[in-house]
Design a protein around this ligand. Sequence first.
Ligand SMILES: Nc1ncnc2c1ncn2[C@@H]1O[C@H](COP(=O)(O)OP(=O)(O)OP(=O)(O)O)[C@@H](O)[C@H]1O
Length: 325
Amino acid sequence: MSHSAPPVPDAAASDAIVSIRNLGKTYAGGFEALRDINLDIRRGEILALLGPNGAGKTTLISIICGIVNATRGTVYADGHDIRHDYRAARAAIGLVPQELHTDAFESVMATLKFSRGLFGRPPNPAHLEKVLRDLSLWDKRNAKIMTLSGGMKRRVLIAKALSHEPKILFLDEPSAGVDVELRHDMWQMVRQLRESGTTIILTTHYIEEAEEMADRIGVINKGALIVVEDKAVLMRKLGKKQLTLSLQQAMERIPEGLAGLPLELSEDGLTLVYTFDTQSEETGIAGLLRRLGEQGIDFKDLRSSESSLEEIFVNLVRKPKGNPA
Ligand SMILES: Nc1ncnc2c1ncn2[C@@H]1O[C@H](COP(=O)(O)OP(=O)(O)OP(=O)(O)O)[C@@H](O)[C@H]1O
């Protein structure tokens, strides 16, 4: 019997809504923007792709949406190979791009109708009305796009991407250049879409956005997908907890009796911070408290805190590739 790792299942056989296997992209100049990406996107989930500038997020989305050709590997979207069955695969996808190029002289409604037609879908005024109402654009349906505010234009891009009733929606940096209020409206709308069964993939630089919205988080760094994990599991696995003790009396240094413990003393000597792994079974807190008692160290307050997703992310992308934990 072989003991090697199980092979990655065939993309065509996967029941994921998007199935990516051994995907790679080398741009014309020889730059390797993506390396050996394997990812199954589950039906109905919100997946957030995080990564530093230039990590390869837009390249990955562009390949799935058929804008950029992969150098290696396969992608299936809604059961269709994006290379050999492009039209069917693309019809399942809505893309909200980063940049705002819209048809400035057209009305909002005309743009949506045109976009729907491009995918060969028959007219459906009720669907377009719902999309525009959900995005608070119904009153602007006859306005020329050039007369709208930046936030409205961005909502038009979302409406346009939804015009052909895609099952999968990609949002590339949806919050870039958007004010706080619009960002929250957009989150609300994305949640509604998910409830109605749409699968959503978003790239973001705002960790708060991933923390707020995502069911799963993928981290891309230097062209490689270094982690894909349920958000809660990721935070539990890679997060650290800290216990902060406010001391009754300042200490000059950590006493010998506490040596070897993961402790840090603040500069003013009044706060001790104990860091522990959320994954390990033993936190060591009982032992810490006992040793503090033995040393006669009294504290007046004790608080615990967890690492934010931001701290986890920064640690992940700082670590050398292939050693994320
Ligand atoms: N057409 C191209 N030709 C050559 N290199 C390219 C091309 N497009 C992108 N790249 C390079 O590929 C890398 C990945 O770019 P990509 O836009 O996918 O990153 P990203 O993660 O989306 O970044 P950002 O967060 O800045 O949008 C970058 O180093 C970029 O310079």
